[in-house]
Design a protein around this ligand. Sequence first.
Ligand code: GLA
Length: 380
Amino acid sequence: MKAATLFRATFGVAPRAAASAPGRVNLIGEHTDYNGGPVLPVALGVRTTVVAGPADAGVLELVSTLDGRLTRLDPRDHRAAGWAAYVAGVWHEVAAAGARRGSLTGARVAVAGDVPVGAGLASSAALTVATAKALALLARTPLTPRQLAGIAFRAEHDHVGVRCGIMDQTIAALAQPSHALLIECASAEARQIPFRGRLLLVDTGGRHELAAGALNRRRGECEAAVARLQLELPELTWLAAWPAAWLARLKRALPEPLRARAVHVVGETARTRFGAQLLARGRLKQFGRLLYESHESCRRLYECSAPELDLVVAAAKRAGALGARLTGAGWGGAVLVLVERKREARITALIRGAFARAYGREPPITVVRAAGGVRRESAR
Ligand code: GLA
């Protein structure tokens, strides 16, 4: 059901503002964003749409096609749970970003999402960025895509408590069709890079719950690694800034598992910057090799893979794909596969077959088209 239809069915009036934002796949640069390194995502064609209208002061009324239930809460109350907490976080941030006095005292919000939840495709950033735009339109507060990304990041990081980096919100806000975005996360500098590759997305169906644990734990390990490495290099603020030429020194300074995590981050940082150069020059074969290396590093060093992800990557490699790797946080979710068009049908069939033999079902496989970022939609 469309968000506007759900809004009218729930509240009996038409919404006043509407916006949508995309999910993403990260081509390379995993677990580098919160370490101050580079990432290289593209936006997906699947989007989340959010429509909004006014409500009484101090009331936030929320409904989503996900569960169809109406949630009513006071946004100043921090006990919102599930997806409602993300919307409440955005509400706070839009209000703080200078919504004109009294223009955002309460709101009704309806959400329709096509981005699979927990699949490593950044459904939460699609939700927060689209909500930020819809609420900003409702409050008549003009905000740039950069500002929307900042609001969405703080909603997830500060309000919900997922210790994510800035990648997902930045790509959802700044994406351009047919381009990947190289984001240097320490400076937030972003560069559009034409993307001409043929990319498949294999959803293994494994799902994760980020706030619950693994990502926050890894982030803690990275912070512990930085604290120890500062004894060697007091100027170090980000793990990704450790000089790649000093890898031996890093290994000596850190115990396991901090050593493995840090070696992944430093290696992935170099791979991502090199990968962006290769992509810009259309060197897809070499780029693909970096994808395999990245997956191996995620699996062995960062330990964020899962058996079904490894199986798909191995099947893609045997079938002759240019490259393949898990995408997003990991521990389940989706695998991206870079293919030459002439081999696509064969590779798809071989991945399907291998997966079905192991798990007794076929995974959904879709073609990724690099899409655009957040946009205003018609509220009808
Ligand atoms: C999640 C986070 C991102 C990023 C990835 C791992 O998707 O939301 O900020 O850290 O994990 O690269």
